[in-house]
Design a protein around this ligand. Structure first.
Ligand code: ATP
Ligand code: MG
Length: 444
C-alpha cells in the first residue's frame, strides 16, 4: 500500500510537472513571438519616421545586414531593395502571405519554420505612403529549440521535484499508516497510541470490540474451569462409593447407601451437564428461537403439576392465582423460566412453607410473580445469584442437587425474550421474583 501511494503520488506529480512545463513553454513562446513582431513593427516605424526609406531609394544607401533583414518592393511585388541580397536575384514577393495580408489590411505578419525546425523566421510587412511595401524579417529560435535549450533545467527540476514528492509521500504515508501498524501490534495497550482525528472513531470501535472479545474469552475460560471443577466433585464421590463396594467389605445396608449416593451424584452430574449444554446453546445463539403466543397461566399450571411431587416431598403448599394472560415468546423458554423459579421457591423454602404463583395482565405486559416463604437471600447476594455457579449457601444448594446455573439460564432467556426480571427478598422471610413478559411482538 505504501509503495502504491508513493508511486501514485509520484506519477501525479510528474504529470503535473510536465503539463505545467508544456503550458508555460507555450505561453512563453506566444509572448516571445508577439514581442518579436512588436520589435519589428517599432523598427519599421523608426525606418519610416526617420525617412530612411526615401534615403535608401534616393542614394542607394544600404543598412548593414545585422539581425533584421529589410526588403522593400513595389506594390506588384518586385523587390527593389534588400540589405542582405541583391534585389535583382530575388523573385517576385507578391505571393508571400505577409505581403498579401499587408496589401489587404495595411500590415501583415507571418512566421515560417526552417526545415530542421531549429529556427523560425518572423516576417512583418506594411504598406508605405507611396504604395510600396516594406518587409522586415528576423530569425529566432523555434519553440523546439527554446524548449530544447531549457530541457536540462526542466530535467533537473523534475528530478528535484520527484525527490521532494518521494520524501513527502513517504512522510505522509508513514503518518497515515503508522498508527494502524501500532494498533495491530499493540491491541492490549491502545490508549498509548496517538492517532489523527479521522482515525479516532475506528480506534475506539476496535478498542471496544477487542475488550468485548477479551471479556468473552475470559468468561468462557472461567466457565470451562468452573464446569470442570463442578464435574469433579460428583465424579469423585461416585468413584469413592464404587471403590468401597469393590472391596467386598461393605455390608448389604452400606451397599444400598452407597448406591443411593452414586444415584444422587449421577443425577447431579446429569443436571450439571444438561444445564451447561443449555447455557452453551443460549450463548452460541445459533438455534433459531421461534416466537409465538402462549398462555402464561396454562404453562404455569403445567409447571406446578410437574413440581407437585417435589413440593410434597418438601411439604410445601403451592398455589396458582390470577388471570388468563398470553405472552409473546418461545414456549420452551417460558417453561424454563417458570420451572427454574418455582423449583428455587420450593428448594429454598422451609418445611410447611408456601409458594404463590400469580399472573397479572398489565396491558402491554404480562406480570408473573413467584412468592415464597423461604430462607430469603442476603442483600449483597441478590445481584450475584444470577451469575453462573453462584450459590448463596453452597452446602444447602448442593444437598438439594443445585448447580448454580438455573438463574443464569433464566437471565439469559429473559434477555432473549425481552422480558424484565426483578427480585425482592428478606432473609428469613422469603423471596418474591417478578418477571414482566412482553404480550405483543412489537412491544419493547
Ligand atoms: P440449579 O437451579 O441450577 O439447580 P441452584 O438453584 O443452586 O441450581 P440458581 O437457581 O441459579 O442455582 O440459584 C442460585 C442461588 O440463589 C441458589 O443456590 C440459592 O442460594 C439462591 N436462590 C435462588 N432462588 C432462591 C430463593 N427463592 N430463595 C432463596 N435463595 C434462592
Ligand atoms: Mg435453581
Amino acid at each position: 500500500m505504501k509503495k502504491k501511494i508513493d508511486f501514485q503520488l509520484m506519477a501525479i506529480s510528474s504529470v503535473a510537472i510536465f503539463a505545467t512545463m508544456i503550458l508555460i513553454s507555450s505561453v512563453f513562446y506566444e509572448l516571445y513571438q508577439s514581442q518579436i513582431i512588436d520589435d519589428l513593427r517599432s523598427y519599421s516605424n523608426l525606418l519610416v519616421e526617420s525617412s530612411m526609406v526615401e534615403h535608401m531609394q534616393g542614394s542607394g544607401y544600404t543598412v548593414p545586414a545585422d539581425r533584421v533583414r529589410i526588403t522593400i518592393m513595389n506594390a506588384d511585388g518586385t523587390v527593389w531593395y534588400d540589405n542582405e541580397a541583391s534585389s535583382q536575384s530575388l523573385d517576385n514577393h507578391k505571393s508571400r502571405p505577409e505581403v498579401q495580408e499587408a496589401l489587404e489590411n495595411g500590415e501583415g505578419i507571418a512566421v515560417r519554420h526552417s526545415s530542421t525546425m531549429q529556427k523560425s523566421t518572423f516576417y512583418y510587412a506594411r504598406i508605405l505612403e507611396n504604395g510600396d511595401i516594406l518587409r522586415l524579417a528576423r530569425e529566432a529560435g523555434s519553440i523546439w529549440s527554446i524548449s530544447y535549450s531549457t530541457l536540462p533545467f526542466v530535467v533537473i527540476m523534475v528530478f528535484f521535484l520527484l525527490v521532494i514528492c518521494l520524501l513527502v509521500s513517504h512522510f505522509l504515508t508513514k503518518r497515515l499508516i503508522s498508527p494502524i501498524e501500532q494498533l495491530a501490534q499493540n491491541l492490549d495497550n491502545m490508549s498509548e497510541i496517538t492517532a489523527y482525528e479521522e482515525l479516532q472513531p475506528f480506534i475506539t470501535m476496535i478498542q471496544e470490540q477487542h475488550k468485548d472479545i477479551m471479556r468473552n474469552a475470559m468468561i468462557r475460560q472461567e466457565f470451562s474451569a468452573n464446569v470442570s471443577h463442578e464435574l469433579k466433585t460428583p465424579l469423585t464421590s461416585i468413584s469413592g462409593y464404587a471403590q468401597l463396594i469393590e472391596t467386598g467389605m461393605a455390608s448389604d445396608e452400606d451397599v444400598i447407601r452407597f448406591a443411593k449416593g452414586i444415584h444422587a451424584n449421577a443425577n447431579r452430574l446429569f443436571s450439571l451437564i444438561s444445564d451447561t449444554i443449555r447455557l452453551s446453546e443460549l450463548d452460541s445463539g445459533e438455534q433459531e428461537v421461534l416466537f409465538g403466543r402462549e398462555s402464561l397461566k396454562q404453562l404455569a399450571r403445567n409447571c406446578l403439576d410437574m413440581l407437585q411431587f417435589s413440593a410434597e416431598k418438601h411439604k410445601i403448599n403451592m398455589n396458582l392465582s390470577g388471570e388468563e394472560c398470553s405472552v409473546w415468546g418461545n414456549k420452551q423458554m417460558v417453561e424454563e423460566v417458570l420451572y427454574n423459579l418455582c423449583d428455587n421457591a420450593i428448594r429454598y423454602n422451609n418445611e410447611g412453607g408456601r409458594v404463590d404463583v400469580n399472573i397479572k395482565d398489565l396491558g402491554e405486559h404480562a406480570q408473573l410473580t413467584i412468592t415464597d416463604t423461604g430462607i430469603g437471600i442476603p442483600r449483597d447476594a441478590q445481584e450475584r445469584i444470577f451469575e453462573r455457579f453462584y450459590r448463596v449457601d453452597k452446602s444447602r444448594s448442593k444437598s438439594t442437587g443445585g448447580t448454580g446455573l438455573g438463574l443464569a439460564i433464566v437471565k439469559h432467556i429473559t434477555a432473549t425474550l425481552g422480558a424484565k426480571i426483578s427480585l425482592q427478598s428478606e432473609v428469613g422471610k422469603g423471596t418474591k421474583v417478578t418477571v414482566l413478559f412482553k404480550k405483543n411482538e412489537s412491544d419493547k
